[in-house]
Design a protein around this ligand. Sequence first.
Ligand SMILES: Cc1cc2nc3c(=O)[nH]c(=O)nc-3n(C[C@H](O)[C@H](O)[C@H](O)COP(=O)(O)O)c2cc1C
Length: 264
Amino acid sequence: MSVFTAAYPVGHPNPDLGAPVIITNHDAAAEKRHTVAVEVSDALMKNRFSCRYYLPKPVDKNIIEEIIDVARCAPSGNNMQPWEKVYCITGAKKDAIAREMVQANQETPEAYSAQYLYYPAGPIPPQYAKRRFEFGKHFYYPLHVDHGDLKARSRVSTRNFDFFNAPVAFIFTINNVLTQGSWMDVGYFLQSMTIAARARGLETISQMAPAKYQLILRQHLPIGDDEIVALSMCMGYPDLEKIAQFSAKQPKREVSDIIEFFDS
Ligand SMILES: Cc1cc2nc3c(=O)[nH]c(=O)nc-3n(C[C@H](O)[C@H](O)[C@H](O)COP(=O)(O)O)c2cc1C
């Protein structure tokens, strides 16, 4: 039995979902499981980053299925599980979609739009504007791109449309009747995929950029009229050399800046 294999509490209604780490008593083995679980889960989450460089190494379909098997356990309001469809694209299909998106982005970007606004159209509160600006500084510096050089920035962002050369891309849709709550649920699903992927030596990047080219995606995939193309994700084995050269770790807010305790 591995340190991560622990029994479900008696009477768990859904034993077919696998075995989580559950500390039912405080014997030495349970304590050890706990320590290892903390170390592993913290490392998987704290070392995560958006990966924009991948090795040309395919990902086994059964590994992808394992990752979805993990992510399907994500919580969702009333357990509606509103990750309507996850379209997984690889090989010639991915290349064909990427080619068309890159071309459209170069030639007629104004002809396309996403079905929702990821960011507000107007000004945003200063703390967010500041962090967005800081993101750009960290992102473009290792690429030797001047923050003010819009043409060079556009060249960089074009990589979104060939899925950063990742061997696997996922397109996530959501039913057009569902509202913000369900969109949050889909976020839990994507983060679960990211962590499950990392545990298997894979990296990911979540993307909103390809949603703009939903008309192209619809030509290649059986996306229903009632599905909104919400997000995409690239996945693959990381090219660590390129990452070291061209990626900067994005700063994160301090715990004390995020949480406020109220106890009396
Ligand atoms: C929902 C979502 C959509 C994103 N869309 C894009 C995208 O289209 N292109 C991109 O390069 N990065 C995208 N990102 C990655 C963010 O830029 C990145 O998460 C952020 O800068 C923090 O960096 P880190 O993920 O490396 O910690 C997206 C992230 C999320 C969560």
